[in-house]
Design a protein around this ligand. Structure first.
Ligand code: PLP
Length: 284
């Protein structure tokens, strides 16, 4: 495919960054992943706002304005003929020509890398139809999970542990409460109410989460932002996760215990439909 590196669109095999890039040496970088449906960007302004916030939290100056970012995303969608899939963008603190812990001087420009992936089947998703089996794992990440950094090693490890345990994904647990999934936000449904952990530094502020909770409230559904335990989740009527490319995906099993009927629940399926319908309306 065609990728973007620091102002150039290149075949992936010709794209290069320095060995001394802070993103490579220190995971000193942030990223965003935006879903593409019908060739259009889902929830784009919110993803850009979070990109801006992640950069500000790390004292990296955003190298592009809104219009430039939008044009870059659209260019990658067009050049790679993406109809359904995603656009990934990453901004690192740049190539400092050495390895040092101190931040480089302000004149060192950030590195920008981006690519688009065609992934048909995110809307008509077999995983969403079947529901996911989850295992729980301790949340061993750092404590600024609200910043979307590329420091994803524990998420990768947790995902592998879940897969090796025969599950589809993992939910992370801290002090007895579920924080979130390895790459998604976690929810349960009890007596028709949607329950999810409140925002803080301990979870990523999911863009899908924000939109979904708004749509749910607009549809007169009750939302409770509070922590829940694994035992409460296992005893819930339903469970599900949200993420940019997974939208709303039902969870049918937690640590070997069936949730509700053990099939995707009606609330989760309805929310999936609402999210996809509504977010398509504002797609760019
Ligand atoms: N939580 C974590 C840890 C994630 O990595 C992600 C997505 O990558 C999410 C939640 C969901 O966020 P969003 O809905 O913005 O994709």
């Amino acid at each position: 495919g065609i990728v973007y590196v620091n102002g150039e669109y290149l075949p992936a095999e010709e794209a290069k960054i320095s060995v001394f890039d802070r993103g490579f040496l220190m995971a000193d970088a942030i990223y965003e992943l935006t879903a593409v449906v019908d060739g259009k960007l889902i929830d784009f302004p919110a993803h850009l706002a979070r990109l801006d916030r992640s950069l500000a939290e790390l004292d990296i100056v955003n190298p592009h304005g809104y219009d430039e970012w939008l044009a870059l995303h659209r260019e990658l969608v067009a050049r790679n003929a993406v109809t359904e899939g995603s656009v990934y963008v990453e901004v690192t603190r740049g190539n400092t020509g050495e390895r040092a812990f101190e931040y480089p001087p302000a004149e060192i420009p950030p590195t920008v890398v981006a690519f688009a992936t065609n992934r048909p089947g995110i809307v008509d998703s077999p995983a969403a139809a079947a529901g996911l089996r989850i295992v729980t794992l301790p949340d061993l990440r750092w404590q600024r999970r609200d910043i979307k950094t590329v420091q994803l090693i524990y998420q990768a490890q947790a995902k592998m542990l879940a897969k090796r345990a025969g599950a589809d994904d993992g939910w992370l647990v801290e002090d007895g409460f579920v924080t979130e999934g390895t790459s998604n936000n976690a929810y349960i449904v009890r007596k028709g109410r949607i329950v999810t952990r409140p925002l803080g530094n301990d979870i990523l502020h999911g863009i899908t989460r924000a939109s979904l909770l708004r749509f749910a409230r607009e549809a007169q559904m009750e939302v409770e932002e509070r922590q829940f335990t694994v035992a409460e989740a296992q005893a819930a009527d339903e469970a599900f996760i949200t993420s940019a490319t997974g939208f709303v995906t039902p969870v049918v099993e937690i640590d070997g215990t069936a949730v509700g009927t053990g099939k995707p629940g009606p609330v989760a399926l309805r929310l999936r439909e609402i999210y996809i319908d509504e977010s398509r309306k504002t797609a760019l």
